[in-house]
Write a protein that binds this ligand. Structure first.
Ligand SMILES: C[S@@+](CC[C@H](N)C(=O)[O-])C[C@H]1O[C@@H](n2cnc3c(N)ncnc32)[C@H](O)[C@@H]1O
Length: 254
């Protein structure tokens, strides 16, 4: 897992370039999650544990809507940037470094546990994903819930296939960059290179290339694993977020 933390440490200062307009995405994603939480767990569900905080794309949006957010992430660099972003907005965001297979949070502390934007598939085995889902269950109060958002992977292409996925042109600190992902497939797993190439400038910089890897787990399989982890009413939700969401509710004690 060390390399995943390092990947996001290196990406933290640039992470907003993933989005055409990160600030607008913070607002939009916060709004989408807030309405889903209210619908499924009621207006009283106001405490969210964000277990894959990153630079805070969802957490800042939820804080802006009056939620209380406690947060963690594997990447120290991402946690530091999220703290700075919260402070700059006058928002309170307690955030620590932790692996979501061992969340640094009390049992039943949250109305909702959130693992957003394809963080779970960084785990390389279903056993590890099950460990993370059981941790989410442990931290969810009875009657509260869990939201996992992830990419909708199709059937993996043949091993060795290389796919280029452009984000397009982005501006940062007065320079223009071409930002893209390159995926190299190895069965159900793939290596991802995140490439940021300068487009202009008098003294051309070299492209920044950061690499990590994923398990292309199907959304339906995450639904199955969430049920096995002990969540009820588990379902896939489409059309409410930029990725499919898997939602489940922790059963109330009998
Ligand atoms: C694509 S980023 C999304 C971050 C954040 N949700 C956002 O949208 O700004 C995925 C995040 O998952 C975190 N992550 C990956 N594996 C993790 C693990 N085992 N435990 C905790 N965080 C993890 C990474 O450090 C990264 O910040």
């Amino acid at each position: 897992m060390g390399d995943v933390g390092r990947f996001y440490d290196d990406l933290a200062p640039l992470y907003h370039l993933v989005y055409e307009d990160w600030e607008a995405s913070v607002v939009r994603q916060g709004g989408a999650l807030a309405s889903l939480i209210a619908e499924r767990w009621g207006a009283g569900a106001r405490v969210v544990l964000d277990g894959s905080l990153g630079i805070g794309t969802q957490a800042l949006g939820l804080l802006g809507r009056g939620f209380q957010v406690i947060a963690s992430d594997l990447s120290h660099g991402a946690v530091q940037r999220a703290r700075r972003e919260a402070m700059a907005r006058g928002l309170r965001l307690p955030a620590v470094v932790a692996d979501f297979r061992a969340l640094a949070a009390r049992a039943e502390c949250a109305d909702v546990v959130l693992i957003a934007d394809n963080a779970l598939p960084h785990l390389q085995t279903e056993a590890d994903i099950m460990t993370a889902l059981r941790e989410c269950l442990r931290c969810t109060r009875p009657g509260g819930g869990c939201l996992i958002t992830l990419r909708d992977y199709g059937i993996p292409p043949p091993a060795g296939t290389v796919e280029r996925r452009p984000y397009g042109e982005r501006s940062w600190k007065g320079r223009r960059y071409d930002v893209r992902q390159v995926w190299t497939w190895h069965g159900a797993r793939y290596d991802l290179a995140f490439e940021i190439a300068p487009l202009d400038g008098d003294a051309p910089e070299r492209a920044t290339v950061l690499t990590t890897s994923y398990l292309a787990i199907a959304v339906a399989q995450v639904v199955t694993l969430m049920r096995q982890a002990g969540f009820d009413d588990v379902e896939r939700i489409d059309g409410r977020f930029f990725q499919p969401i898997v939602a489940g509710t922790r059963p109330r004690e009998p």
